[in-house]
Design a protein around this ligand. Structure first.
Ligand code: AMP
Ligand code: ZN
Ligand code: FE
Ligand code: FE
Length: 294
């Protein structure tokens, strides 16, 4: 069914399958009017996406997705409308992406040590931008070790498996402050997938104090009951309920592009808040030092 708004998608600038131009063409074909591109640790797809969106009459919302760790649990933080041209924002994103390259190499080394023969050169070819585990998963698929990307996570590269290597460590507060340092709007991504309702409730007061402004409520596979629970939490903590599919292309997440209803009200609220922040001097932010790499 056609929906108009999708506020969570990925492109080849990180671990999506489609280029920003192809993604926008598909968005147009399924009837979307508003699309946010939220690649992992990069905004490098946004200019191409904006140009394609203009040609197709789609409203493109610049965004980003950062991962963070809270004592072993993961929280992903979306950032809407960051002033991404800011050089200090870009230089810090480069630090995160460089760390992703080293991590990718290390994952391949660990897999090789366990008799799984994939090559870093191939992973690097598959990753046209920010390197992620889905690129390693695709190399594992090509080499015949697994039949699907989820199977690669389950057997080889999920947390606790032989190929797993952690990412550059940001706390959820770091991720929020990083986004705020470019006047962006931090939103908790897929809150039930990670970290889950109970922990979320515990963590929300601190996350809100750090500057979180939204909660991804209308997320791809969430049931109506889950949506209602999240909507109630969003109201309780005065967070903007946002949503999207987390579309990466076929084979990574189940929901097709535009396959979830997201109210336009979410877009209106995000735009209004972004408008208030635009051009203000943002709070400063420093990345935490990298954890010693072995
Ligand atoms: P990374 O940021 O490199 O650790 O990779 C995480 C990305 O892999 C997430 O953004 C998801 O899109 C994808 N992912 C995580 N777990 C799975 C899974 N079990 N099956 C398929 N894709 C996954
Ligand atoms: Zn991803
Ligand atoms: Fe995510
Ligand atoms: Fe995502």
């Amino acid at each position: 069914m056609a929906h108009f708004v999708d506020l969570h998608t990925h492109s080849t600038a990180s671990d999506g399958i489609y280029s920003p131009t192809d993604l926008l063409q598909q968005a147009h074909d399924v009837g979307l009017k508003v699309l946010a591109l939220a690649d992992h640790d990069t905004t490098n797809g946004i200019e191409e996406a904006v140009a394609a969106a203009q040609r197709l009459g789609i409203e493109l919302i610049p965004a980003i997705e950062l991962n963070s760790d809270a004592s072993g649990d993961e929280i992903h933080v979306l950032g809407y409308f960051p002033e991404y041209q800011r050089p200090e924002f870009q230089s810090k994103l480069t630090v995160l992406r460089d760390a992703r390259e080293r991590r990718g190499q290390k994952m391949v080394e660990q897999l090789n040590e366990h008799g799984i023969h994939i090559r870093w050169e191939r992973v690097h070819e598959l990753a046209q931008g920010s390197v992620g585990r889905p690129h390693v998963a695709r190399a594992l698929m090509e080499a015949g070790y697994v039949q699907s990307i989820p199977e690669a996570f389950e057997k080889y590269i999920g947390n606790g498996q032989v190929g797993y290597v952690p990412r550059y460590k940001l706390t959820p507060e770091d991720a929020v402050c990083f986004i705020c340092s470019a006047n962006g709007l931090p939103v908790i991504a897929h809150p039930l997938t990670l970290p889950g309702l109970e922990k979320l409730r515990e963590w929300l007061p601190d996350l809100c104090a750090a500057g979180m402004v939204g909660l991804e409520t209308y997320y791809g596979p969430y049931t109506e009951e889950e949506e209602q629970q999240l909507l109630a939490l969003a109201h309780e903590f005065s967070l903007i309920p946002t949503g999207g599919t987390d579309f990466h292309g076929p084979g990574i997440h189940p929901t097709p592009l535009g396959g979830r209803h997201v109210p336009y009200e979410a877009v209106k609220q995000l735009k209004a808040l972004a408008e208030q922040r635009r051009g203000l001097t943002p709070p400063p932010f420093e990345l935490p030092p990298p954890v010693e790499e072995k």
